[in-house]
Design a protein around this ligand. Structure first.
Ligand code: 0RA
Length: 658
C-alpha cells in the first residue's frame, strides 16, 4: 500500500497530519504494537543483556547497509555520544517523508512505529534487515528512552523526536542548502528495559562493523567514540572485500600460496563471493559463511556447496598432476580443508534461515549454484596457476597421511585408554541428575579448591572436575600424545566430548553448562586460556553453541559490623569504598585463590545460580577468535604473554553477563 503512495503522491512538505477516525484507530494499534515490544523485549531482540543492547545499533546499521546494497549509500557513521546515546548516519536516499492521506502519517513515522514496516518499501533486492535481525527500526524506537531522526531529502532537512516509541513532535521540514541526502537515527537505550547496563562496548561494535565493511567491499564505515576525554575514531573500508578479510585472519599465519583465490559473480539472482587461502602452520580449517551479511554459524547450503566443490576440484587436480595414482583413494574433504581459511558470502533475494538459532541457510538452490559457479572459476584459475594447484594438493596429501597415522595411533591408544571404556574419571564428583540440560560441571584448578567446591555445591545438578596442573597445548601435540594425557582424558570422558575432529554430538554431552573456575590472577587467566583453547580447537561447537562459561569468584570480602559484602574487582571495591562514610570501620579480606574460600563462601559467591555471575563465552567476532587462538597457541611467546596479560580474563570474545 505504501509503495503505491511513494510513487503516486508527491511529498507533501510540512503537510499537517489531518486527524481522522482511522488515524486515531491506527495510532492506538501502533502504540499497542510497540507496547508489546516493551513488555516482551526478549521476543524481539533475544535478550535485554549486552547482546540485545548492541543489537539495537546493528538493527539501525543493517537498514543503512540495505541502502548500500541497493546502491544508494557509500558511507555509514556510528557515533557513541557522551550522553550514552548512539547516532547512526548514512548518505542513502533518506527514509521517505511523504504523508499517507489515509493514515495522515508519514512513511517515516510508519517505519518508526509499525513493526516490520521497513520491509514493505523495498522493491526486492538483497536485504540484511529482512533476514535474521529484521525486527525493524520500530523495535529500536520502542526500546529507547528517546529517538531523534533526521532525514535529508528533497532539499530539506526533516526532524522528528520520539519518546518510548511515541512521536512527541511533528515531522519538521527545514529548507537546506546543498543536496545532502541520507538518514541519521540517534537513540538512547531505555534503562527501564536494559536494566543490567546501557553502556555500549566499543570492541563489540567495532567487530561487527569491521565484518560488515569486509562483506561489502568499498563501503566506508566509521566508528567514533566520544564518551571519553579524547575522541577515538576508526574507519573500516576494504576495497578488496572478503579477500582482505581472509588476509586479516591469516596475518599471524604462514600462507602456502601468496594470493587469495577469489571468486565473485552472480548466477540465477544469487550473488556468490568466495575467498580462499591455505596456510602451513595450522591443522584446523576456519571457514566463515555469510548469507545476506548475516553470519551463518550453523552452516547451510552455501557451505555444503563450497565443501563439495573443493573436494571434487582438488581431487581432480591431484589426479591430473599425477600426485594421486588411479588406485589411490580420494583425499577426504577434511584433508583438503586442513589449514584453509575461507570466507563465503552469498546474497540471496529471499533467504530462509533454519535451525534453533536461525543461523543456517536453507535455500536448496544455493548449494548447486555455489558448486557449479565456484567449480568453473576455481578450475580455470588452477589451470593457469599450476604451481598453486600443486602446493594445495601437496598440503592435502600431507594432511591425509598425517590423519592416517593419527588414526592408527588413536586405535592403539583407544584400546588401552579410558576413551573406550565408559568409566568416568575417578576425580569427577558427578551430580545425581542425568539430565544434561539442567546439569553443570565446574572445572576447578587444584585439589584444595576442588575440595571446597565439592562441599559447597548442590550435588543434585552440580558436578566438580578438579584438574591438576596445566592442560596440554593441543595445537602443538600429536593425537597420540593428546589421548594419553591424563587431564585431557578426564575432560573427554568426564564431559562426554567424543573424538577430536569428528562430528560433534550434543546428545553425548553430559552437562550443558561447562563452567571454568580459576583464580582471579594471571595464573588463573593462563589456565582458563588453555582450557578455552582446548575446547575451541578440540570441539569448536562447544564454544559456538554457548556451552562454555566462566565462573567469577570474588576478589575481596569487606566486613563492616555485621554486614559482609563480596566484591569482584578492584574497581568494584573502590566504588564501594567511596560510598562509605569517612569514619567507617571496616576490614577487607583479599582472596588469594579459590582454595582459601570456605565451601559456604564459594557457594554464596560463585556457585549459587541466584547470586553468582557467569560469563558465557560467545564468539561474535569469529575472525578475531581464530586469530587469538593462533596467537595464544602458536610458537611466538612474546605476543602470547602480552595477550594473556592484557586480555587474560577477557579474551576479546564477548563475554555475556547472564
Ligand atoms: C524505506 C524506503 C526507502 C528507503 C528507506 C526506507 C531507508 C531506511 C533507512 C533506515 C536507515 N537509513 C535508511 N535509509 C533509507 C526508499 C526511498 C526511496 O525510494 O527514495
Amino acid at each position: 500500500m505504501i509503495e503505491s503512495v511513494l510513487t503516486a503522491v508527491p511529498e507533501a512538505v510540512g503537510q499537517e497530519s489531518h486527524v481522522t477516525d482511522s488515524y486515531n484507530a491506527d495510532k492506538i494499534q501502533v502504540l499497542e504494537g510497540l507496547e508489546a515490544v516493551r513488555k516482551r523485549p526478549g521476543m524481539y531482540i533475544g535478550t535485554t543483556g549486552p547482546k540485545g543492547l548492541h543489537h539495537l545499533v546493528f538493527e539501525v546499521v543493517d537498514n543503512s547497509v540495505d541502502e548500500a546494497l541497493a546502491g544508494h549509500c557509500t558511507e555509514i557513521e556510528v557515533v557513541l555520544e557522551p550522553d550514552g546515546s548512539v547516532t547512526v548516519t548514512d548518505n542513502g536516499r533518506g527514509i521517505p517523508t511523504d504523508v499517507h492521506p489515509k493514515t495522515g502519517k508519514s512513511a517515516l513515522e510508519t517505519v518508526l512505529t509499525v513493526l516490520h514496516a521497513g520491509g514493505k518499501f523495498g522493491s526486492g533486492g538483497y536485504k540484511v534487515s529482512g533476514g535474521l535481525h529484521g525486527v525493524g527500526v520500530s523495535v529500536v524506537n520502542a526500546l529507547s528512552e528517546w529517538v531523534q531522526v533526521t532525514v535529508w531529502r528533497n532539499d530539506c532537512e526533516f526532524t522528528q523526536r520520539y519518546e518510548r516509541g511515541a512521536p512527541v513532535s511533528d515531522l519538521r521540514p527545514q529548507k537546506q542548502e546543498g543536496d545532502r541526502r541520507g538518514t541519521a537515527v540517534r537513540f538512547k537505550p531505555d534503562t527501564q528495559i536494559f536494566t543490567l547496563s546501557t553502556e555500549f562496548e566499543y570492541g563489540t561494535l567495532a567487530g561487527r562493523l569491521r565484518e560488515l565493511a569486509y562483506l561489502n567491499a568499498g563501503l566506508n564505515i566509521v566508528l567514533c567514540d566520544r564518551r571519553g576525554e579524547t575522541e577515538v575514531q576508526e574507519a573500516f573500508r576494504y576495497e578488496g572485500g572478503i579477500r582482505e578479510y581472509v588476509g586479516y585472519m591469516n596475518r599471524e599465519k604462514e600462507p602456502v600460496h601468496p594470493d587469495c583465490l577469489y571468486v565473485r559473480g552472480e548466477r540465477d539472482n544469487v550473488q556468490v563471493e568466495v575467498a580462499l587461502q591455505w596456510c602451513a602452520d595450522t591443522y584446523n580449517d576456519n571457514i566463515l559463511g555469510f548469507a545476506n551479511n548475516i553470519r551463518t554459524i550453523d552452516g547451510g547450503t552455501h557451505l555444503e556447496g563450497l565443501k563439495a566443490v573443493l573436494t571434487r576440484t582438488i581431487n581432480g587436480f591431484a589426479r591430473k598432476l599425477k600426485k594421486l595414482k588411479d588406485s589411490d583413494p580420494n583425499l577426504g574433504g577434511e584433508n583438503i580443508r586442513e589449514g584453509l581459511t575461507a570466507v563465503i558470502s552469498v546474497k540471496v533475494p529471499d533467504p530462509e534461515f533454519e535451525g534453533q538459532t536461525k543461523t543456517k541457510l536453507g535455500n536448496t538452490e544455493v548449494r548447486g549454484i555455489v558448486d557449479s559457479f565456484v567449480g568453473e572459476v576455481l578450475s580455470e584459475y588452477l589451470e593457469f596457476h599450476p604451481a598453486v594447484a600443486a602446493t594445495i594438493v601437496d598440503k592435502a596429501i600431507q594432511a591425509f597421511n598425517a590423519a592416517e597415522a593419527a588414526r592408527r595411533a588413536r586405535e592403539l591408544v583407544r584400546r588401552k585408554s579410558a576413551l573406550e571404556s565408559s568409566t568416568l574419571p575417578g576425580k569427577l564428583a558427578d551430580c545425581s541428575s542425568r539430565d544434561p540440560a539442567e546439569s553443570e560441571v565446574f572445572i576447578v584448578e587444584g585439589d584444595s579448591a576442588g575440595g571446597s567446591a565439592k562441599q559447597g555445591r548442590d550435588r543434585h545438578y552440580q558436578a566438580i572436575l578438579p584438574l591438576r596442573g596445566k592442560v596440554l597445548n593441543i595445537e602443538k601435540s600429536e593425537d597420540s600424545k593428546i589421548y594419553k594425557n591424563a587431564e585431557i582424558q578426564a575432560l573427554i570422558t568426564g564431559l562426554g566430548l567424543g573424538i577430536r575432529g569428528e562430528e560433534f554430538n550434543v546428545s553425548q554431552l553430559r552437562y550443558h553448562k561447562i563452567i571454568l573456575l580459576a583464580d582471579a590472577d594471571v595464573d588463573g587467566a593462563h589456565i582458563r586460556t588453555l582450557l578455552l583453547t582446548f575446547f575451541y580447537r578440540y570441539q569448536r561447537e562447544l564454544v559456538d553453541r554457548g556451552f562454555i562459561y566462566i565462573g567469577c569468584p570474588p576478589l575481596y570480602k569487606l566486613e563492616r559490623g555485621k554486614n559482609a559484602q563480596y566484591l569482584y574487582s578492584d574497581r568494584e571495591l573502590q566504588a564501594h569504598l567511596a560510598t562509605l562514610p569517612a569514619n567507617a570501620n571496616y576490614t577487607i579480606q583479599r582472596f588469594k585463590g579459590l582454595g582459601e574460600m570456605m565451601p559456604q563462601q564459594l557457594w554464596d559467591t560463585t556457585m549459587n545460580p541466584e547470586t553468582r555471575t557467569l560469563k558465557q563465552i560467545s564468539i561474535d567476532d569469529a575472525a578475531e577468535a581464530d586469530r587469538i587462538f593462533t596467537v595464544l597457541m602458536g610458537d611466538r611467546v612474546a605476543p602470547r604473554r602480552e595477550f594473556i596479560e592484557t586480555y587474560g580474563s577477557k579474551l576479546s570474545l564477548t563475554e555475556l553477563d547472564i
